[in-house]
Ligand binder design. Structure first.
Ligand code: ADP
Ligand code: MG
Length: 247
């Protein structure tokens, strides 16, 4: 395990600026953000629609490039990597969960779950695969295609797919946004357990105070800047804080 003194986080950005477009149409999605995502912790990112949450996550996860500033996964500064190296880094070190699942429609649930490892030419740890699959509660649906699964079941597949390779970091953008609340709670509980029991690092964008309450720390974004944070959040306190921002 990294010592606290030298651990600069599983991922971080320094003076991150991201602009879209030019001239009058230019949008400053990130206006100079410096933040680290600690290892083995669950961080939530909240803020109004358009505040830059997805942009921050995508830039730190190597899905998009910063206009200026630096984004790091571990000690690797992403802008120093070629497109090919960046693709490999994402494949080998990161996991992604999106609101819309992004499953491969021609593959079964089981095949989708092991796909990242298959692509990397690796085999899943059978015991861990069983544990993940058991916990996401897919039961006897593993041999079904995504089209034969409910939205909640598809999201369970997406969560399992992200966690099975034990990536350094899981990035999740509104992972429970399309789910009913009880399925959402099950998914969040499972993500929380991955952090507590396997020291998984998770960064999650959400607009839902209940979802944020599963995190160790909540970062609040507004107009492309981090304006506050809340360690050990509860649903109530997150709700209160959001009301204050609206006032
Ligand atoms: P959030 O996830 O907090 O809702 P985003 O990061 O998606 O916010 O967007 C931040 C700002 O950047 C918004 O004003 C949005 O319209 C703008 N934006 C995001 N993506 C693009 C894009 N590809 N092209 C132009 N503007 C974009
Ligand atoms: Mg977003």
């Amino acid at each position: 395990m990294a010592t606290v003194a030298t651990d600069t986080g599983a991922a971080r950005v320094v003076d991150a600026v991201k602009t879209y477009g030019t001239g009058e149409a230019q949008v400053r999605a990130l206006a100079g953000v410096t933040v680290a995502f600690p290892r083995g912790r669950f961080t939530a990112i909240m803020g109004p629609s358009g505040s830059g949450k997805s942009t921050l996550m995508q830039c730190v996860a190597g899905l998009d490039r910063l206009t200026s500033g630096a984004a790091y996964i571990g000690d690797t500064e992403l802008s120093t990597l070629s497109k090919e190296k960046l693709t490999l880094l994402r494949r080998d070190r990161l996991g992604f969960i999106f609101q819309q699942y992004n499953l491969v429609s021609s593959l079964t649930a089981r095949e989708n779950i092991v796909l990242p490892l298959t692509l990397a030419g690796e085999h899943p740890d059978a015991a861990w695969l069983d544990q993940v699959v058991g916990t996401v509660g897919l039961g006897n649906r593993l041999d079904n295609l995504p089209s034969q699964l409910s939205g909640g079941q598809q999201q369970r597949v997406a969560v399992a797919r992200a966690l099975v390779p034990k990536p350094e970091i899981v990035f999740a953008d509104e992972p429970t946004g399309a789910l009913d609340s009880s399925t959402g709670t099950e998914i969040l509980t499972f993500m929380r357990r991955a952090v507590d029991e396997t020291a998984q690092t998770i960064v999650m964008v959400t607009h839902d105070p209940h979802a944020a309450s599963f995190a160790d720390n909540v970062l609040f974004l507004a107009d492309g800047q981090i304006i506050d944070e809340m360690p050990d959040p509860t649903t109530e306190r997150v709700l209160d804080r959001m009301k204050k921002f609206e006032a």
